[in-house]
Design a protein around this ligand. Sequence first.
Ligand code: FAD
Ligand code: MG
Ligand code: MG
Length: 325
Amino acid sequence: PACNPQKQMITDSAYMLGTHLQLSLWTEDKAEGMAVIRECFQRIYQIEQKMSVNIANSEVNEINRYAGKEYVAVSDDTMTVLRKGFAYAALTDGAFNPAIGPLVKLWGIGTEKERVPRLDEIQEVLKYVDYKGIKFQDENKVKLDIDGMQLDLGGIAKGYAADAVTKIIREKGIKHAIINLGGNVVAVGKKTDGTPWKIGIQDPFEPTGTHMGVIEITDQTVVTSGNYERYFMRDGKRYHHIIDPKTGYPSENGVISATIITDSSIDADALSTSVYVLGLEKGMKLIESMEGVECIIITEGKKVYLSSGLKGRLKIANDGFEIVD
Ligand code: FAD
Ligand code: MG
Ligand code: MG
């Protein structure tokens, strides 16, 4: 047609969920594009209000407050994330654990209170991190069985927020977008030139934004869990924020980062944390057992392990990394 207006990029960023958010979309109608981005940020704001442990009257804190006492009615949003989190806890035998709250608080990683707890403190708190103590009733009620249990959805709610934003963008008829919620990436459609999106995989040994490789995707999500974003050093040792619920200490099994590539970001978020804690062997086995889910695991020594569906698809951008077949 003679009159075919060019699509232009509309982009905006914000700080929520304790991280940097960036939304970019391509549209002919600039005002409409900006309105869509505003709506997306409002949606993330709502999700944060419901699920943050750092917001006093969030639904998650309400559940935590009534631990050992009463069922609490929550929104569909929170319920969806909790049911999903519980399902992944069951699937991973508790390696992924939405009841990790007491350990997250005790370590305080990423806060002013971060410290290495004493062993007896960890042992005391471990009694309260059994995900089986999360009880569901009716459509929308949740209760923590024991006083002292605490939910923490930091390992899964960002993925849910990314899916919620993706839904809005698709419903508005937008065909090209990149959503980045602090490393939780969703690529909507393809680039405007019809080629797939190229998503960089963070080099875990270099500053944020340095990529060890690139992967091409269309209408999929890429989510990474790593030990390099949130940690503190004590006596030459790195204490990071992904905790092994079996030991109560930051997970230490040789995995430096775990990246999941799949269709839904909530699954990718839960699975990246899961694989990080499960380690190379069990983590890869889990991913291979799941249809439509792929992963990149980087271990100490810059060794890179790919799930079977990714072989040949990761372009290494740094010779220091070695793909192990
Ligand atoms: P992931 O691997 O996806 O998740 C790691 C996080 O999950 C940990 O930080 C911990 O919260 C939790 N976790 C640890 N071990 C496990 C385990 N074995 N199983 C399950 N979960 C585990 N950060 C701030 O600094 N300030 C804030 O106010 C703040 N508010 C937030 C509100 C919401 C709703 C969300 C989702 C996140 C918020 N965050 C905030 C960030 C949060 O604390 C985590 O740091 C972040 O979600 C980590 O995500 P990740 O993708 O890097 O790692
Ligand atoms: Mg996660
Ligand atoms: Mg698979």
